[in-house]
Design a protein. Structure first.
Length: 310
């Protein structure tokens, strides 16, 4: 059971790495480099975008291989320490907490050292994207380093190579899936990333506090207790669902319908903001841009709500 919760932590850490100040601003450059063309061409030409998405998958595979190799290395090294579980927990927890604090205040200068492979040209093949991903994974950046290092320490503290490999695989998925979604929904994703850039400071602090919390749980040996609490809560929800299936269906349906409503309200608010000023010519309704992704998610949540209700 603890593996499942640790995997959830690793997945969140992967997403936190994606939105970190060292990666988020460079996403357009990464996509352009992986796709082998300009970002404008990727937005305007769907075939080029599909090709970029496929190349992105190979890019993700590249850094996943590197991260898993590091996870196997850390898990094996910690496994050689035998039964010194308490010492491992204290050391790993303290280091993770230190990395979390440094993530916020950036006071350890050596962590600002970067070693990246600077490519003179763009990857021209799937193999090139794979190698680019491996170079990305092997590079040490001041933002992704503390998060990746924390997951490596968490993997090593498990004392199992299989569990360590799983955690780094899930971490890679958390980092890689946003890359794929960004490439697939390029235009709306670029707008959302531009909005996120305004909150990089908040994201940095939240990610650092997340690492400090995980480090504290490891240090105190309470991570398994936290896992037990989460699964106990899940068990209580499951018992409630079995005892009152009708109420459970209505709650789930209400959540999906609420998501659909929020999307509709957001679209209505956007239309209101885009209305012309008094005295200007009105914009025809037919010319207002309807975002396909917004319509898809609205229909998806609406359908899920209806299915849950019946």
């Amino acid at each position: 059971m603890s593996t499942n919760v640790n995997a959830g932590i690793a997945f969140i850490a992967g997403i936190a790495s994606f939105v970190s100040p060292c990666i988020l601003p460079l996403i357009p450059a990464y996509l352009s480099l992986i796709g082998g063309t300009s970002l404008k061409d990727l937005e305007e030409q769907r075939p080029l975008r599909w090709g970029a998405v496929v190349s992105t998958l190979f890019f993700i595979l590249g850094f996943t291989v590197v991260f898993i190799a590091l996870g196997v290395l850390f898990s094996s090294a910690f496994g050689l320490l035998g039964n010194a579980t308490e010492i491992i927990d204290i050391a790993a927890g303290a280091i993770v907490m230190l990395l979390g604090v440094n993530f916020i205040f950036d006071f350890i200068g050596v962590l600002n050292f970067e070693k990246r492979l600077h490519m003179s040209g763009k990857p021209t093949s799937r193999a090139g994207s794979l190698l680019f991903g491996m170079a990305f994974g092997a590079g040490w950046t001041p933002c992704i380093g503390p998060i990746l290092g924390s997951i490596l320490l968490l993997a090593g503290s498990q004392g199992s190579v299989a569990e360590g490999t799983l955690l780094l695989l899930v971490y890679s998925l958390g980092l890689g899936i946003p890359f794929v979604l960004t490439g697939f929904f390029l235009s709306p994703a670029m707008r959302q990333l531009a909005r996120l850039k305004k909150h990089l400071g908040t994201i940095r602090v939240a990610s650092g506090l997340f690492l400090v919390l995980i480090g504290l749980l490891i240090l105190l040996g309470r991570l398994k207790g936290f896992n037990g609490f989460v699964f106990g809560l899940a068990g209580s929800l499951d018992s409630w669902q079995q005892a009152r299936p009708g109420e459970a269906r209505l709650v789930v349906a209400a959540v999906f319908f609420a998501c659909a409503l929020l999307i509709a309200l957001g679209y209505s608010a956007r239309i209101g903001r885009n209305r012309t000023k008094p005295g200007d010519a009105a914009t025809p309704v037919a010319h207002r841009v309807v975002r396909p992704a917004r319509v898809v998610f609205f229909g998806l949540f609406l359908a899920l709500g209806a299915l849950a209700a019946v």
